[in-house]
Write a protein that binds this ligand. Structure first.
Ligand code: ZN
Length: 377
């Protein structure tokens, strides 16, 4: 019937079905949804499904939200020869990477260009640089996040990761041509035999699962975790216990300082203790002595040095502050300033001279890491 280079039109029966669960229909449905999530923008990304003796693959260069079943390539699972190849389209450059996942027993592989995945790879790279380490063969690690339970323990290991387990997703370096990623993807799979995903620096992520539903939900869980991780880093919150003990211990100091401000009614203290005192306790330096270009300086500059702008509802800074305040509340802290109302009360209670310093103190969580690129996120 068909060979690798000789496509028989009769192969159209391979992609023709009224069953929405048929791989040719399912790939189109999934890609439409992925497009709406920003995962396959501008024809990027792709999806492939194995069913029985065939592999169904989304084509290259097609708007993923407009894809139709007749656009789907079909390959023989055993020989990897195309048994259906739309003449007007190119096979996906992701194909060898999908095949690598199928060699590991996957039933479906999803490739996204999610911005959260890209940002996580950049944050891991930056952390390695700051620690004087190479980012080669690096790995994204996170623990104690509920959504980690959405990722299986590993091939041939029953069950899913637990809340206290550490999720590790290896990162490989991008290449000029997608198919050239195959070798490093396979090496990452060998280094991390339990992984169901590999991040590609400045590019995206490949996620696979035993079947379509698992690949899809695992991709969703990972994207949720990547996004959370980026936002955690924006707030200076650690991903792992080691980070907490190494430097992000400051985060706890920040929270304590935040509670000191929020938990002690400033009106009862008379003229409030200058917040610069607290800053000196945390940093060993006064904000007035802080060198230009330091993170805090740039934070203050975000509002064109109009610190009162940051207290306006909806500002980035007040949004971040609310998040931290909410975290304090969850920890049972005696948080008094919550949300816009509380901020408004606080604003009335402190005089204008102290306002900028108090705000800087409360928002320290957001500038913890030296050189942390808050503004670029
Ligand atoms: Zn890609």
């Amino acid at each position: 019937m068909a060979s690798k280079n000789n496509i028989d039109v009769r192969s159209d029966h391979l992609i023709t079905s009224t069953d929405p669960e048929h791989p040719a229909n399912l790939i189109c449905t999934l890609c439409r949804n992925f497009y709406n999530l920003g995962w396959v923008t501008g024809t990027g990304g792709g999806t492939s499904i194995v069913k029985n003796s065939h592999i169904f693959i989304a084509p290259s260069g097609v708007q993923k939200e407009l894809m139709q079943p007749e656009n789907i390539f079909v390959m023989d699972r055993r020989t990897h020869a195309y048994v259906r190849k739309p003449t007007s389209l190119k096979p996906s450059a992701c194909t060898p990477l999908f095949l690598a996942a199928f060699e590991k027993g996957a039933g479906c592989c999803i490739h996204t260009h999610s911005q959260w995945a890209v940002l996580v790879t950049l944050l891991v790279e930056k952390a390695a640089e700051q620690n004087g380490k190479s980012s080669a063969n690096s790995c994204f690690e996170i623990e104690m996040i509920e959504q980690i339970k959405g990722i299986p323990k590993g091939k041939n290991k029953p069950g899913m990761l637990g809340y206290f387990d550490r999720l590790r997703v290896p990162i490989i370096e991008n290449t000029a041509h997608e198919e050239d990623l195959t070798q490093s993807l396979e090496e990452a799979m060998a280094r991390y035999p339990d992984t169901y995903a590999v991040l590609v620096r400045r590019h995206g992520v490949y996620v696979w699962g035993d079947d379509v539903a698992k690949a899809k939900t695992q991709t969703e869980s990972l994207d949720y975790i990547f996004r959370l991780a980026v936002e955690m880093r924006t707030l200076g919150l650690p991903w792992t216990k080691e980070e907490t003990s190494q430097g992000t211990k400051n985060t706890q100091e920040d929270i304590t300082l935040d509670q000191t401000i929020n938990g002690t009614p400033i009106s009862k203290r008379g003229r409030p203790k200058r917040s610069s005192d607290n800053l000196e306790e945390a940093d060993g330096e006064s904000p007035k002595r802080r060198k230009p270009g330091r993170a805090k300086k740039s934070l203050q500059a975000e509002g064109d040095n109009k610190s009162n702008q940051a207290n306006q509802p909806g500002s980035l800074r007040s949004e971040g502050q609310n998040r931290v305040t909410a975290l304090n509340g969850e920890k049972g802290g005696a948080t008094q300033v919550t949300g816009k109302k509380g901020q408004g009360r606080l604003k009335q209670e402190i005089d204008r001279d102290d306002e900028a310093l108090a705000l800087a103190n409360m928002t320290q969580v957001g500038r913890r890491r030296p050189g942390r690129p808050r503004k670029t996120l």
